[in-house]
Design a protein around this ligand. Structure first.
Ligand code: ADP
Ligand code: LRH
Length: 485
């Protein structure tokens, strides 16, 4: 009784998917309606997202979601990767393909920004960790382009797709926080920073909170997807990581989480930002979450390292590769999985080998050895992020929750438990979609604060537990080795 169907669109850097969530007071069921590749394209002008192909995937997915729900959806919501945006002209037409955050155009831009607003002041005002692709730096790089001169609006990628589905424009708060133009204390635009940098905040549509209405599917969209209207669209935590953190099946307060997919986002949920200089030096970010929360976390390069190697090796079977990697001895060599040197695509096995050689460690040669080096390095980076976050925020941690596609990698889950010296609970592989549907369900009347939503998940979702093996001494030593370099 009281069970309704919701469509969650989740756009990851490696694939987009549309999931159907059926949610009631005591049940949550998620099934995949449609998955489509997200294939960035290298054009003469640089690396670009194929945004129209993604929109096509969203429409196909909504049609498939409708087919699974008798043509009736209680609502739909979109989340996706952070920081990137489309520019619209005065008539609302898209000006070119959105630039990919791995594009090289932001090289050297941060230094120019810091000449006007020093990095320390930027952090104190926005709480966002340095990454070359933060929207602030992308907009700064964009400002000298011909298309920017025509731009009347900036829409972050999930907001852009929401606009195409509904005809209504807004800027959802959790993703807005990744622009580095939001003050995490007031949870609204950082006018001071924007003003000093000459960024016109009127380019952004008004802020929306997760749970706010975001319009309804346009008649053309209903016709194309075969859905019966009206279908309201809900602003969810439109940053995929914000939605994934909603779906962490925690039952207490002393937990850390790691969202593992293309990226690993590892940290804590807090009620207030940590804006100290020590926190900045440790490269922790304060992104905004549901219900007034702060996502205090570190961005780690994540399974991107493995994806790029697998691509270079001609897409071998991942299951076999991971079984072979499990047989390689632990911690022979590690690289810094937080290093921005691994951001750009291409030559990944070589770049990892070079990093090992340069630091005087054994050079991994076979795909199994390289894979093991990546997974050990990721587990070590997870350890450092969890322990650093706990220390910097003065927040004890007894358990680490893993969610996202990386939970399908049992070796990574086990190594993370070993490295952290803490029990690991692996939850949903499609955590972002799960958090997305819960926020929609709540907007449609499901009762519950964030802890209650999480308890609902802990009762209804399959969880896998990993206990730490052996002593953490070896991981501590590897951590010290890496820090010494
Ligand atoms: P994103 O949302 O960033 O696109 P996902 O959360 O979907 O990423 O995670 C994708 C990653 O999950 C892949 O790079 C891969 O390493 C891992 N993964 C997916 N399926 C499997 C599997 N069957 N076994 C092991 N790892 C997997
Ligand atoms: C993960 C993610 C992450 C961002 C990165 C650009 O998909 O949204 O939180 O930092 O993409």
């Amino acid at each position: 009784a009281g069970v309704k169907a919701y469509a969650a669109v989740d756009l990851g850097a490696s694939s987009g998917r549309v999931m159907v969530g059926r949610v009631g007071p005591d049940s949550v069921e998620l099934t995949e309606a449609h998955r489509f590749p997200n294939r960035p394209l290298r054009l003469p002008e640089g690396l670009r997202w194929d945004i129209l192909a993604l929109y096509g995937g969203v429409l196909d997915g909504l049609r498939a979601a409708g087919a699974r729900s008798g043509g009736r959806l209680a609502s739909a919501g979109i989340d996706g990767w952070a920081v990137d945006y489309g520019l619209l002209d005065g008539e609302g037409a898209l000006l070119g393909n959105p630039v990919h955050y791995r594009d090289a155009r932001t090289e050297g831009v941060a230094e120019k920004v810091w000449a006007t607003v020093p990095a320390a002041e930027l952090y104190a005002a926005t709480g966002i960790q340095y990454a070359p692709f933060n929207t602030l730096y992308q907009l700064t790089a964009d400002r000298s382009t011909a298309r920017f001169a025509l731009a009347a609006r900036v829409l972050l990628v999930p907001d852009l797709l929401t606009y195409w589905l509904t005809g209504e424009q807004g800027t959802e708060l959790t993703n807005a926080s990744t622009t580095q133009l939001v003050d995490p204390r007031t949870r609204t635009w950082a006018h001071g920073v924007a003003g000093r940098l000459g960024i016109d905040l009127a380019l952004f549509a008004p802020l929306r909170q997760p749970g706010d209405p975001a319009g309804a599917l346009r008649p053309e969209v209903l016709a194309e997807t075969g859905l019966r209207g009206p279908v309201p669209v809900t602003a969810v935590g439109s940053h995929d990581t914000a939605s994934a953190v909603v779906a962490v099946p925690a039952t207490g307060e002393r937990f850390a989480y790691i969202c593992t997919g293309t990226w690993s986002l590892a940290g804590l949920e807090l009620s207030a930002p940590v804006l100290t200089e020590e926190s900045r030096a440790a490269n922790f970010t304060n992104e905004l979450g549901l219900d007034g929360t702060v996502r205090y976390l570190r961005n780690i390069m994540g399974l991107w390292l493995l994806q790029e190697c697998v691509r270079a090796w001609g897409e071998p079977d991942l299951g076999l590769l991971l079984r072979q990697a499990a047989a390689v001895p632990t911690l022979r060599s590690v690289v810094d999985a937080g290093d921005a040197a691994f951001l750009a695509p291409g030559r990944m096995p070589e770049r990892i080998a070079e990093a090992c050689r340069a630091s005087g460690q054994p050079v991994p040669v076979t795909p199994a050895e390289v894979t093991r080096c990546i997974l050990d390095s990721l587990a070590l980076a997870h350890r450092r992020a969890v322990l650093d976050a706990a220390r910097l925020a003065d927040h004890p941690v007894d358990v680490v929750y893993l969610v996202g596609g990386g939970t399908r990698n049992a070796l990574l889950c086990q190594l993370t438990a070993d490295a952290c010296g803490l029990p690991v609970v692996a939850g949903a592989t499609e955590a972002a979609a799960l958090g997305n549907v819960l926020v929609q369900a709540r907007a449609q009347g499901l009762a519950g604060d964030l802890p209650a939503l999480r308890r609902l998940l802990s009762r209804t979702q399959p969880l896998t537990r990993y206990s730490p093996r052996g002593d953490t001494g070896r991981w501590r030593a590897a951590e010290a080795r890496l820090a010494a370099r």
